[in-house]
Every structure is written in structure tokens, then in C-alpha cells.
Design a protein around this ligand. Structure first.
Ligand SMILES: *[C@@H]1O[C@H](CO)[C@@H](O)[C@H](O)[C@H]1NC(C)=O
Ligand SMILES: *[C@@H]1O[C@H](CO)[C@@H](O)[C@H](O)[C@H]1NC(C)=O
Length: 191
């Protein structure tokens, strides 16, 4: 009887908690069309988000990877952005809370976290993964394939020429052999 009571109270507590959480998080929604973005070195990446909330929120973008954590930019939506010195000139903030990072480097690969904070103080996070790919590597791969194809083509052409050469000699010998008896005959006849 007593244990049943505890179970019930626990359940109601959990339900109440879920209700509170729902109520708490309802105010802010962050929708991410693509939560993994891939871009090449020197290129640019748009970390696109769609935010709905009450009032004017504060947006904060953070970068996080295995070996470092870095603030990127913070701004009150509609106002001017406070961009960290390290990212100055490389980062563009959009009115919808999205962020564009240009002139990408390999070290920019990692996890990007957006924090949306409402006037009331409630906030919500969302993470995106950015992968910066090395173009050079792809170029080298392409070059290797190109060289292999070219080499194969050259080898094939050389084989063809060798075969043609053989064929030419064979035909020459064959024709000489065919002509020879006639010559000997015509030459021998007067004798
Ligand atoms: C946010 O704004 C940028 C720039 O105007 C746009 O490219 C992007 O698609 C927008 N994102 C969403 C989710 O609407
Ligand atoms: C901009 O960021 C710097 C460093 O985090 C901080 O000291 C400064 O107060 C910020 N300025 C504004 C207007 O938020």
C-alpha cells in the first residue's frame, strides 16, 4: 500500500516535471534545416537556424572542438553583433540568427553551439557540426587518377605501334617470299 503511494507520487512528480519542462521550453524553438554542414577550405559555410521565441532574444554562437572552445559572436537580434577578435572579418551574422563563416580553415571543423536567451532569462541551445574538407587532397587524388589513365593510354598506344611494326615486317617478308620465286623464274628462264 505504502509502496504504491510512493510509485504514484513519483509518477506524478515526473509528469509534473515533464509538464514544467514543456512549458519552459515551449517559448523558444530553434529549428535547424541541416545540422551537418560540409564546406571546403577557403570556402564559406552558412550555419542556418530558424528561431521562434517571445520578445527579442540574445543570440550567442560558440565553437567547440576536442582541443579548444571559443566564443564566436553575440548579439541582440536586430542589433549589431559583438564578434570575437579572432573571427572578425570572417563572420557574418544574419537577422534570423544564422551565421556565415567564410575563409574556412581546417581548424574550423567542429561543433557550433547556438544559445538563444529570452528577456525573461530562459534559454535554449542547439548544436551543428561543421566539417571542413581539404581541397588539395581531392586535387591530388584527381591528378593520380589522371596520370594512371594517361599512362595506361600511352602503354596501349605503344603496344599498338609495336604490333603494327611487327605486322609491317611480317607483311614485308611475306611479300618478298612471294615475289622471290617469280624473280628467280624470270631470271632463270633466259639461262
Ligand atoms: C537565415 O538567413 C539567411 C540569410 O538571409 C538565409 O540564407 C537562411 O536561409 C535563413 N535561414 C532560415 C532557416 O530561414
Ligand atoms: C563584446 O565581447 C567582449 C569580449 O567577450 C566583452 O568584453 C564586451 O563587453 C562585449 N561587448 C558587448 C557590447 O556586448
Amino acid at each position: 500500500m505504502r509502496s504504491a503511494w510512493i510509485c504514484l507520487s513519483q509518477n506524478t512528480q515526473i509528469l509534473y516535471l515533464i509538464f514544467c519542462l514543456c512549458h519552459y521550453t515551449q517559448a523558444i524553438t530553434i529549428q535547424v534545416p541541416r545540422n551537418t554542414v560540409t564546406a571546403p577550405v577557403q570556402g564559406s559555410a552558412l550555419l542556418s537556424v530558424d528561431i521562434t521565441c517571445i520578445g527579442t532574444p540574445t543570440i550567442r554562437w560558440m565553437f567547440s572542438s576536442v582541443n579548444r572552445q571559443q566564443r564566436i559572436a553575440a548579439w541582440v537580434l536586430g542589433g549589431s553583433a559583438n564578434v570575437t577578435q579572432m573571427y572578425e572579418g570572417r563572420v557574418q551574422t544574419h537577422p534570423n540568427g544564422s551565421l556565415t563563416i567564410s575563409n574556412l580553415r581546417l581548424q574550423d571543423s567542429g561543433y557550433y553551439i547556438i544559445t538563444v536567451t529570452e528577456m525573461s532569462g530562459s534559454s535554449k541551445d542547439m548544436g551543428l557540426v561543421l566539417t571542413v574538407t581539404e581541397v588539395l587532397y581531392e586535387d591530388i587524388q584527381f591528378l593520380v587518377v589522371f596520370v594512371i589513365v594517361l599512362g595506361t593510354l600511352a602503354a596501349f598506344l605503344m603496344l599498338c605501334m609495336w604490333l603494327l611494326n611487327k605486322l609491317y615486317h611480317f607483311i614485308k617478308v611475306w611479300r618478298q617470299r612471294r615475289c622471290l620465286p617469280d624473280h628467280t623464274e624470270t631470271e632463270l628462264q633466259p639461262l
